[in-house]
Design a protein around this ligand. Structure first.
Ligand code: ADP
Ligand code: MG
Length: 139
């Protein structure tokens, strides 16, 4: 079973669609293995998105991610990384497929509701940014 990290971003929490997002993952056979609601500090958001630190959108992105509570979760299942990315849709909601979370709910590329790890290796480090092995219920 593969594991991946997903985050319901502050816009998803504000729009009151935590349940809707989790339900879309569950309906596609993914299991929630760990979940927590937290408020990221600016520093915490910068650490999480360090890979993007040289991008022009980094400051806005990390301001946004620290603007309100987020829900961080570990999802497990066959091909979990790719499956979550498919359910999320493209980064820019204008380019996302119909029926994806971003197409259905996101306002813009800056406010796109949800995060999902992009590869098994990044999933492992992203999961451990928020959770230790005792937090993850694989039973
Ligand atoms: P994804 O979240 O689909 O993996 P990236 O890892 O490329 O996308 O970027 C991380 C986040 O940074 C995106 O979800 C989006 O919120 C923001 N972002 C990416 N590209 C842009 C951009 N060109 N302009 C503004 N924000 C962006
Ligand atoms: Mg990414």
């Amino acid at each position: 079973m593969e594991k991946t990290l997903s985050i319901i971003k502050p816009d998803g929490v504000k729009k009151n669609i935590i349940g809707e997002v989790v339900s879309r993952f569950e309906k596609q056979g993914l299991k929630v293995l760990a979940m927590r609601m937290i408020s990221l500090t600016k520093k915490g958001a910068c650490g999480f998105y360090a890979v993007h630190s040289e991008r022009p959108f980094f400051n806005d992105l990390t301001d946004f991610m620290s603007s309100g509570p987020v829900v961080v979760m570990v999802l497990g299942g066959g091909d979990a990384v790719k499956k979550v990315r498919a359910i999320m849709g493209a980064t820019n909601p204008a380019e996302a497929e119909p029926g994806t979370i971003r197409k259905d709910f996101a306002d813009s590329i800056d406010n796109n509701i949800v995060h999902g790890s992009d590869a098994p290796e990044t999933a492992a480090s992203e999961i451990h940014y928020f959770f230790n092995c005792l937090d993850i219920c694989e039973g």
